[in-house]
Design a protein around this ligand. Structure first.
Ligand SMILES: [Zn+2]
Ligand SMILES: [Zn+2]
Length: 561
């Protein structure tokens, strides 16, 4: 049982005790939980738990019982008295311990599902102290949460919207077509897809759209707007707007909501009115055809969609101080690619040709697994020698393109690498990554990463947090110390663009940039189509405000090796 789980149970005990009007004790349990959540060390490693602040001898005993048996008798008995899912219910607005108890006694509500059903049947409003307004609040909270659960990977949104827009354009009924919303802002997960088009024949366009092969269900069909659900369960809306309003509509539907609220405030302060139909002064259209025109009319520079989160971009746009964000064409190579020599699916030549001819790169870094990691079919020294010969043979046939002889190696729990430094001297580029022991204490994990960054053979820290979107939680380490080490040893941190990693994420990249860290955007490709994930990595970089000079693989090959 980890610290967070123990703290969660102590909090639940506090709630259960409050339900029974027990005085003082709930506060003590809450304080203890707070102490535990702010600890850097694993509880199991602390000998005298009652030496910790806010943890007395009684609570210490209970924590010990949890740590050794995974259960707590006292907690189980309390739960039997009110058998409800506290964790679920307590997060809903208005749901304090007393209300949960009341709802259980009067309506037998045990979980969120029961609560939603009762709200839909308008039963909550009759409970004393709640009323119709609270009932509505509860319902919209639960429904919003459900909507958020429906989010999916950015890549699915991009692929689906690309496919739809391409088909619509082929029909020759569309002049312009762009996916707005969180896809355009390159958020790591997306909900519904909003596509905006201009068309001279909107009615015919709606026919084509609603009959596409990706459509599983037509939700609604109108003359200028239709909604469908795809085979994969994504909702896609296509809207046709006037050419003269396309910019303001695109600005409106791109969001974010928070960004748009601020932009509208600025419009009002200047005596304008801004809506999806345009920027108006006394009902006269001032701007609307392009987004650029709208921002300019408001005294701002054009703000790239990835920055529109109301995190300071508006102020920068007013002061003409927005960063010049990195672009796809700035990327000269991908430094983390797997071939058949480890767990990749493709030959080195296929990868090189795609990078050279399609992506127009100047180099790739082959970082097949080396040593240690058996599950990923890591190379041994013999494989590596064989691969090097193939790399050299291919390189001799290229001009202006180079395959870099790299390797991906494990970082062991103590921060040493999975192979010794001597064995690494044959490689020109080494990506060091964590692939196991994800649950170290914060201190141990911090030291592990710092030791790897310190190692002179290491060129790059791969997928730094190891998180997987909708999957594995990030490993926990002291960010400030790791960023500081990356700067001190002059090692970039990877922005791993693999679709379910996207690691570092946008927020952490932005914080790292403020600390002077540099980055490398890689795809961690195991197949040709993965090489295109570079666009996801660029999305992260742009959302974090990175410029070309923040990124290693915008430099020429001689500056990398
Ligand atoms: Zn890896
Ligand atoms: Zn890898």
């Amino acid at each position: 049982m980890n610290n967070a789980e123990v703290a969660g149970i102590l909090n639940n005990i506090a709630i259960l005790l409050e339900m029974q009007d027990v005085p003082f004790k709930p506060v003590a349990y809450r304080r203890a939980a707070l102490t535990i959540t702010s600890l850097d060390t694993d509880l199991s490693k602390i000998k005298d738990l009652d030496s910790l602040p806010n943890i007395g001898i009684h609570i210490a005993k209970k924590i010990n019982e949890l740590l050794t048996t995974g259960k707590l008798d006292y907690y189980e008995k309390l739960k039997k008295k009110v058998p409800v899912n506290i964790e679920e219910l307590i997060t809903v607005p208005g749901m304090g311990p007393k209300t949960i108890l009341k709802l259980y006694k009067e309506l037998k509500i045990k979980n969120k599902k029961d609560l939603e059903e009762a709200a839909l049947k308008q039963k909550i409003r009759n409970i004393k102290g709640l009323g119709a307004v609270m009932e509505q609040k509860i319902l919209s909270h639960i429904q919003l949460e459900k909507k958020e659960e429906k989010r999916t990977f950015l890549i699915e949104g991009l692929d689906t919207s690309d496919e739809i827009i391409t088909t619509l354009k082929k029909s020759n009924l569309v002049e312009t077509g762009i996916a707005a919303g969180s896809i355009r802002r390159m958020k790591e997960t997306i909900g519904d897809i909003d596509i905006l088009c201009t068309s001279k024949k909107p009615k015919e366009l709606m026919d084509v759209f609603t009959k596409m092969s990706v459509v599983k269900e037509v939700i609604s069909k109108g003359e200028t707007k239709s909604s469908i659900r795809t085979n994969k369960g994504l909702q896609v809306d296509v809207r046709v707007v006037k050419q003269s309003e396309f910019g303001s509509a695109l600005q409106y539907f791109t969001g974010s909501k928070e960004h748009n609220v601020e932009v509208r405030k600025i419009a009002i302060s200047k005596g304008f009115k801004l809506s999806e139909y345009g920027l108006f002064k006394n009902d006269k259209l001032i701007a609307g055809k392009t987004e650029d025109e709208v921002y300019k009319a408001l005294g701002m520079d054009y703000i790239p969609p990835e920055l529109r989160e109301n995190t300071g971009e508006i102020d920068l746009a007013i002061r003409h101080a927005l960063p010049i964000l990195v672009e796809q064409s700035d990327i000269r190579g991908d430094l983390h690619v797997h071939s058949k020599f480890s767990d990749g699916l493709t030959s080195i030549e296929e990868i090189a040709n795609y990078c050279k001819d399609v992506l127009k790169y100047e180099y790739i870094g082959l970082c097949d697994h080396f040593g240690g990691l058996k599950i990923a079919n890591a190379m041994n020294e013999k494989d590596a020698a064989k691969r090097l010969k193939e790399i050299n043979d291919l390189n001799s046939t290229y001009s202006g393109f180079k395959i870099i002889n790299g390797a991906e190696v494990d970082i062991k729990p103590d921060g040493k690498l999975g192979v010794n430094n001597n064995a690494l001297s044959k490689f020109d580029f080494v990506t060091a990554s964590v692939h196991s022991s994800f649950n170290l204490s914060i201190d141990d994990m911090t030291n592990r990463l710092i030791n790897a960054l310190k190692n002179e053979k290491v060129s790059l820290l791969g997928h730094p947090t190891c998180r997987e979107i909708f999957g594995r939680k990030p490993i926990l380490f002291n960010e400030d110390k790791v960023f500081e080490a990356a700067v001190k040893y002059n090692k970039p941190l990877e922005i791993n663009a693999f679709f379910n990693r996207m690691d570092l994420n946008d927020m952490m990249t932005s914080r790292a940039k403020k600390r002077g860290v540099t980055f490398c955007i890689d795809t961690d490709s195991h197949a040709i189509k993965h090489l295109d994930y570079i666009r996801l990595g660029l999305g992260i970089a742009r959302r974090a405000g990175l410029t070309k000079k923040d990124i290693l693989n915008t430099k020429e090959v001689s500056k990398i090796l």
